[in-house]
Design a protein around this ligand. Structure first.
Ligand SMILES: Cc1cc2nc3c(=O)[nH]c(=O)nc-3n(C[C@H](O)[C@H](O)[C@H](O)COP(=O)(O)O)c2cc1C
Length: 439
């Protein structure tokens, strides 16, 4: 009989006062004695995840406060809707130094930076972490980001055209040094053989580049390529380029449909099925007893500010929901923003219509992910079902209060998964790619 899959686990956070669950900054257990602006908080968070043998800490990001709600960022600022948020790659070296095996996923947008400097930064981070970096490739879906950079937002299809070219150029740069290019012969003084460091001459529709990659090959050669697009174009892109995908599906049937669809696209792109790891988002709320977990869930829900929730939904879907009656079905509204989020929210009603107001509440609490609430055993049961029936290879854990929610998962749920043989008991290797490929 085939061996059952073991879960890959990642912790999903932002480098800011609040991650995705709105209002957590005022939870009585949030960041007690810690400041998110300081290294020791990140060191502790990373060590906690490494203690729990997580594949990676995964740093989400956007480039500016959401401003779609009422054409203003007032509500975003007022309710700390993923704001303030600091630049994500600044904490990568801190996390890398505090840990030895934990991967570090970093979200960096292709929208306003040339591929040349992106490739250089990611190679540098991969070196400094000893080969533990993943790049969450995003193209900036929110109008506020384009406004902040003084640019006109492209439509989805053009954003993907641009991203395709972007990745192509990054790969040319990453692959331009032959493995034996560095000679480092002190006697002759020759450091590297220029014949083995290809100069790139590239001229595409969006980018031009003439130059050599400025960084010698990093331990992973290139970062693990991660993607979270879920529109048709997004799925094709992931099938062609990604090594792992992060998706949100509210139930096991949707996970199964998505896993099957993506695997079919992977095969059509000439890759073997299963070569893209399917990592699904979940919000775990664990208690020693079911009653305690449910009490925690209610406490978290009480802290959601409705206006802040609408601002977050408006930002992520790039629609001004102030203009809509909260009773309007979300399904009827076309969105230029994150298609995967809208789809997951529409389906969160399990067959009944989800209104804008309901969608905002679901979204700001759990980002349309399934909340897995209960004892360690309840949670392990659900994660097993998502792997066995839904095709999940692992899970991105949505933060509530930090670092406590990850400490609880590591102390309570990890041992239960290990007891069932559904989770690693040691890292397979030192690079993120090696650990992601481990069963
Ligand atoms: C689960 C999930 C997480 C995402 N995280 C981010 C993020 O941190 N930053 C960002 O700019 N975009 C993020 N995105 C947006 C996607 O990367 C993508 O740019 C966007 O979904 C538009 O593509 P799509 O229409 O194919 O979904 C996320 C999307 C999903 C579904």
């Amino acid at each position: 009989m085939a061996e059952k899959k073991r879960a890959h686990i990642l912790g999903f956070i932002q480098n800011g006062v609040n991650s995705h669950a709105t209002g957590m900054w005022r939870h009585s257990k949030d960041k007690v004695g810690w400041s998110y602006t300081r290294p020791d908080y990140w060191e502790h968070m990373a060590r906690t995840m490494e203690r729990g043998l997580f594949d990676a800490i995964f740093i989400a990001d956007e480039l500016a406060p959401y401003s779609s709600y009422g054409d203003s960022s007032d509500a975003t600022v007022k309710w700390a809707v993923q704001c303030p948020t600091h630049e994500p790659s600044t904490i990568v070296p801190i996390i890398a130094t505090a840990t030895t095996n934990l991967g570090i996923g970093v979200t960096l947008s292709t929208a306003f930076e040339h591929p040349y400097s992106m490739a250089r930064r990611l190679s540098s981070l991969d070196h400094i972490s000893g080969g533990r970096v993943a790049w969450n490739i995003v193209g900036s879906y929110s109008k506020s980001e384009w406004d902040a950079y003084g640019a006109q937002m492209d439509d989805r299809s053009r954003r993907y055209d641009r991203i395709e070219e972007y990745i192509h150029l990054c790969k040319l740069l990453w692959n331009s040094w032959e493995p034996d290019a560095i000679i480092a012969d002190k006697a002759s003084g020759i450091f590297a053989d220029p014949e083995k460091v290809r100069e790139i001459f590239y001229e595409g529709e969006f980018f031009k580049c003439r130059g050599r990659h400025f960084v010698a090959p990093s331990p992973q050669g290139q970062p693990v390529l991660w993607q979270a697009g879920s529109s048709d174009r997004g799925r094709d892109f992931a099938a062609q380029h990604a090594e792992a995908i992060f998706a949100i599906h509210p139930d096991v049937e949707q996970m199964r449909a998505y896993s099957d669809d993506l695997n079919a696209r992977v095969v059509r792109s000439g890759r073997s099925p299963g070569s893209v790891k399917m990592i699904y988002g979940v919000q775990p709320i664990v208690g020693e007893t079911r009653a305690e977990a449910e009490r925690k869930f209610d406490e978290i829900r009480m802290l959601l500010p409705r206006e802040g929730s609408l601002a977050m939904l408006s930002g992520q879907l790039s629609v001004d929901f102030m203009k809509f009656n909260p009773e309007t079905p979300l399904e009827d509204i076309a969105i230029p923003g994150i298609q995967g989020v809208k789809d997951a929210l529409v389906r969160s009603g399990a067959g009944s219509t989800v209104t804008v107001g309901e969608a905002a509440d679901i979204y700001s609490m759990r980002f349309a992910m399934p909340a897995v609430v209960g004892t360690p055993s309840d949670i392990a049961d659900q994660l097993e079902e998502f792997m066995d029936e839904g095709g999940a290879d692992g899970f991105m854990l949505l933060a509530t209060y930090t670092p406590g929610c990850f400490e609880e998962f590591v102390d309570l749920v990890v041992p239960e998964l290990q007891r069932r043989g559904r989770y690693r008991t040691a890292y397979a290797g030192t690079t993120l790619r090696q650990n992601l490929l481990q069963n």
